[in-house]
Design a protein around this ligand. Sequence first.
Ligand SMILES: C[S@@+](CC[C@H](N)C(=O)[O-])C[C@H]1O[C@@H](n2cnc3c(N)ncnc32)[C@H](O)[C@@H]1O
Length: 271
Amino acid sequence: MRVDVLTLFPEFFDSPLATSFFRRATDQGAWQVTVHDIREQTPPGVHRQCDDTPYGGGPGMVMQLDPVVKSLEALGYSAVPKRKRTDARIVLLSASGVPLTQSKAEELAGLQKLTLICGHYEGMDERLMDLFPIEEICIGDYVLTGGESAALVVLDAVVRLLPEVLGNPESLREESFQDGLLDFPVYTKPADYRGVAAPAVLLSGHHGQIAQWRRQQALLKTARHRPDLFVKLRVTAAEAEWLREQGIEVSDEAIIPAVAKSKSRSRRATS
Ligand SMILES: C[S@@+](CC[C@H](N)C(=O)[O-])C[C@H]1O[C@@H](n2cnc3c(N)ncnc32)[C@H](O)[C@@H]1O
């Protein structure tokens, strides 16, 4: 995968790209990340200005089109006025974009070429979106000073999905958001730390009970931390009963109907 990052602050990426999984992905050839300084596309001079005052007035400055357009053209994209927003491979980090989700990260990780544009000041001149097939992505409901840290979040969510980058691909399977559920809590040695014990069931070696405990804890965490995700889940009658004992409200519609035993028995008998 080829990744190009357009930014006014290329040095922001030096340390992250040389560290941990980002570096491993580069060393393994899983991706090739190139950081481009948008200012290089401005006329030579002392200021190399990339921003200007907003039309209509108001505080702050707006990122100018020309240096960003030229940066994209240098990467092989062509500006087409009023083009449809299809085939999005260019992402503008933006507080007013669509939310970054695990499935969006999976989609981006499947691309051969991904270009990230980091905004600054009050944001980009909106006409950029009329000229290129750009998808605006927001990493959360808060405002950052610039798109650089948001781009790193996108890259982090993507890198761990690239083949061979994670040592153990199994760890991708049981993670938060994978089934619309948050991850279960995890523990490691020592079993007792300053009088706080790890849950005994995890030391029992009983795989069935461990799996049940993890599922219950994942449900509980999702209910408490992410009620928006929890309302979309379906649970068994036993899980609903356990959750209700923990004080979690579970609607009857969320319970998976039990398959009637007599029906399945008669189906077996006729087959
Ligand atoms: C100060 S912010 C601009 C905020 C903008 N005026 C607004 O209220 O939406 C500067 C840049 O930071 C980045 N940014 C800020 N918050 C972000 C978020 N939650 N997700 C992604 N990018 C963000 C964008 O690239 C944005 O252009």
